[in-house]
Design a protein around this ligand. Structure first.
Ligand code: NAD
Length: 253
């Protein structure tokens, strides 16, 4: 299957670690130029170094993507360095404390919604004029198993990831006439830094129900990256608004 290798301009958020890093490396390996956006400057630099060591092209922009100024810097850098934005992967995210609603403080709610939902909206809004001007674009959002049901995380994370699915579907419908597609992956348990924090033993699966412990085989970041690359590729040209679980059947339980 051809994945549409054409040296595109790709922004991957949260590319300093985990799923985002795996996706950035995979895009670069097929010849795309990658803007690595992350709060963590060291992680972002390490991803860029790894890409450059393999002969690829990448640039890092560091900062908190929930801030408009950082979003503007990411967009401007992609346009200046790579001539536009062909692919946007809204992947950066944070876990919550896995608390039920009554135990969620304002600060936790605001931060989780801001990083997981508002930041993807801000970057999408900033990038869309460039995709619309080009008449093409692919947006892939990293949602979660917690976007599909209520028993995979706490109230704030679950609400934020359901919101990511809503944003994805709205984009798919509103921009399909403009050549811009939007899809989402819903990772199940994946071996990254975030997953360690969400250790079910530490957070009490009894409170979250039997579904939480039925997660199947934990996936590797490059398995999530493969799904992201597919949805961003020409091979997925008629796939728009899809919400794709990548979870060894966890969501089928
Ligand atoms: P990770 O912690 O390894 O990577 C997340 C990256 O996002 C980090 O490099 C972090 O610095 C960056 N980030 C966090 N907040 C940011 C901000 N405000 N601005 C810029 N960068 C920020 O975790 P991961 O598992 O690779 O997570 C990637 C995505 O996958 C997240 O959206 C997460 O919710 C989702 N996800 C992960 C799992 C899992 O089990 N690992 C399951 C479902 C969904």
């Amino acid at each position: 299957m051809t994945m549409g290798v054409d040296g595109r301009s790709v922004i991957v958020t949260g590319a300093g670690s985990g799923i985002g890093r795996a996706a950035a490396l995979a895009f670069a390996a097929q010849g795309d130029r990658v803007l690595v956006a992350d709060l963590d400057a060291e992680g972002a630099a390490a991803t860029v170094e790894e890409i450059e060591r393999s002969g690829g092209t990448a640039v890092a922009v560091t900062g908190d993507l929930s801030e408009q100024a950082v979003v503007d810097r990411v967009t401007a850098t992609a346009v200046e360095r790579f001539g536009g934005v062909d692919v946007l992967v809204n992947n950066a995210g944070i876990m919550d404390s896995m608390s039920a609603a009554a135990d969620v403080a304002d600060a936790e709610w605001d931060r989780v919604i801001r990083v997981n939902l508002t930041a993807p909206f801000l970057l999408t809004r900033a990038v869309l004029p460039h995709m619309l001007a080009a008449g093409r674009g692919a947006i892939v959002n990293t949602a979660s198993e917690a976007a599909l049901r209520g028993s995979a995380a706490g109230a704030a994370y679950t609400a934020s990831k359901h919101g990511v699915v809503g944003l994805t579907k709205s984009l798919a419908v509103m921009y399909r006439k403009n050549g811009v597609r939007a899809n989402a992956v819903c990772p199940g348990g994946t071996a990254t830094a975030i997953a360690v924090e969400a250790d079910p033993a530490a957070h009490g699966p009894a409170a979250l129900g039997p579904h939480f412990v039925n997660l199947g085989r934990v996936s590797q970041p490059d398995e999530q990256a493969a799904a992201i690359l597919f949805l961003a590729s020409e091979a997925a040209g008629n796939i728009n608004g899809a919400i794709l679980p990548v979870d060894d059947g966890w969501s089928a339980v």
